[in-house]
Design a protein around this ligand. Sequence first.
Ligand SMILES: [Zn+2]
Length: 328
Amino acid sequence: MEKVKKIILQQMNHLWRKSLALLVGTVVSCFLVIGIQSYTTAQEPGLTLETSLLTLEQVGDNVYALISDTDYPPANENIAICNAGIIIGDDGVLIIDPFQNEALGNLLLSEVAKLTDLPVKYVLNTHYHFDHTGGNKAIQAQEIPIIGRGTIREDMLVKNQESDPTPAVPNIIIDDDSTIWLGDRVIELEEVAGHSGGTDVVAYIPDAKVLFAGDILFNQKFPYTADGDILKWEATLDYLSEKYSDATIVPGHGTTGDRYSLESLKGYLYELELMARKWQELGLSEAEALESAAEIPEAYQDYRFQGLYPINLKTAYEQITLKSSSNP
Ligand SMILES: [Zn+2]
């Protein structure tokens, strides 16, 4: 599993280095410094929502999502991999997941400044993965507090080393469900399990009925399962789809959805689970199992992030097939 993760990261780093080499002349030599409300951010010239494959979507009253339209890996380092959130309260703003690098973090801050004069009060990382936290550098430069859960600081420093060697780690750690007030507007942070061992948080805005699900939801994209827990993830999806049955749900990856999006990912994970149990019954080796399921099933052929499908099979084999058959 580690090896596959490594290969993917290496491929991605390779791709990024290549695009970085192309960009380096223009980017480094002509950094513009422009004022953004009370901030001064180093904004990369030519970087826009369009070039980053992002679309600004209003998902509630004063609640916005920046939805990424990329496949994985992205064609260059400044194409946003994940989605971000902007929640404007009475006296300030909460940002969710400032993308994978400083330039995209700054782009997000500049988009906030177009929507409101209010300051960004907090940034939330829904989990530790670099595609959601690399942009923290732009946030840290503005001395805005960054919130994360559990072991997120250690995980960013150790597990993200290859993709983000000098991370800007959160400076507020929550170890329980928590509440943020932006004036009279309330945002409920809830700890959940399944995607990224001990750092997953979802954020709900009750007055707008909007849930930011982080990577608990990949909508119409294959999920990254390699450091998740498939069975816990399924349970979380069931729980959230019942609890937030009438909410608009912004995923970590993919288009905005609702409870049916959660149920659809649950269905996919459950199919993986059943497949892995079948492999166990048949006594297949890992290589045999992966070979037997190598073709992407018809129902998921339109899903993006197809490179993650073989990793999903491997995770299912390791987490389910290899477990004792007395398990349910
Ligand atoms: Zn992600």
